[in-house]
Design a protein around this ligand. Structure first.
Ligand SMILES: [Zn+2]
Length: 244
């Protein structure tokens, strides 16, 4: 028993040492630093997540990699949001602030009460067709029945409107991995990486989005932006447009 505890402790020390060594190597350099696209902070970001990702969370504004990527996209595509009516699902504050400032109407939505402006189930929205011109759906599709959710987003968008979709994708997989027989939180953690995820998308996530009727564009975290802003390499924003 004692040996098992000692082994765990020494392994934890090893990991902490490796991690501190790696992060200190580039932090020592005065020439190298990251920039926050949202608040303008310059320096290195804090680690975040489990296992911790170095250079993830902005110490000034709290933004993560995906928020900095979205701001980068917005900087050259603000016309997609400016003056539009925006519906934002399960909003993270760092993202909500970006849209609130540009939209004509901004409404947040969540399936739970008291979390947002509207209580809405993305799989079955109690809402008329064509109510919004932009829907923001970040890190939602991997939790829900995505065929129903995508069909509902298409219905609630006006012709010409866009859904801004972000979700983890394993680009090396041609096919999405899901298995409806795995229903327990432990099983989902084991198979899908989080107790409330129901799949890992492969590259065929694009076919699913197009399958709902959308025209699809994508914006990718590439160099030199990845190094400048500490983005996740290859992370995607899917811009799904309901055709006119
Ligand atoms: Zn910041």
């Amino acid at each position: 028993m004692k040996n098992a505890v000692q082994r765990r402790l020494s392994r934890a020390k090893e990991l902490a040492h490796d991690y501190a060594y790696l992060t200190s190597q580039f932090r020592r350099s005065k020439a190298l630093k990251r920039h926050c696209t949202i608040c303008g902070y310059e320096g290195f970001f804090r680690s975040f997540g489990f296992p911790p990702r170095p250079d993830a969370r902005c110490p000034e504004c709290g933004a993560l990699e995906r928020h900095r990527l979205l701001k980068l996209w917005l900087d050259s595509n603000a016309n997609e949001i400016t003056g539009r009516d925006v519906l934002h699902f399960a909003p993270e504050e760092a993202m909500a602030a970006l849209f609130r400032g540009l939209a004509r109407v901004y409404k947040s939505a969540d399936i739970e009460k008291d979390r947002a402006d509207l209580v809405l189930n993305i799989e079955a929205m109690e809402m008329a067709d064509g109510t919004y011109s932009c829907i923001v759906c970040s890190h939602i599709l991997e939790h829900v029945d995505d065929r129903r959710a995508l069909a509902e987003m298409y219905r609630v968008l006006r012709p010409g409107g866009v859904a801004i979709i972000m979700t983890p994708v394993i680009e090396g997989w041609s096919r999405t991995y899901e298995n409806p027989s795995i229903t327990t939180p432990r099983g989902r953690q084991y198979h899908f990486g989080q107790p409330d995820h129901v799949r890992y998308y492969g590259a065929d996530v694009r076919e699913r989005i197009r399958g709902a009727g959308f025209e699809l564009d994508e914006f990718t975290a590439e160099e030199p932006d990845v190094s400048n802003y500490a983005l996740l390499r290859g992370e995607k924003i899917f811009i799904a447009r309901r055709p006119n």
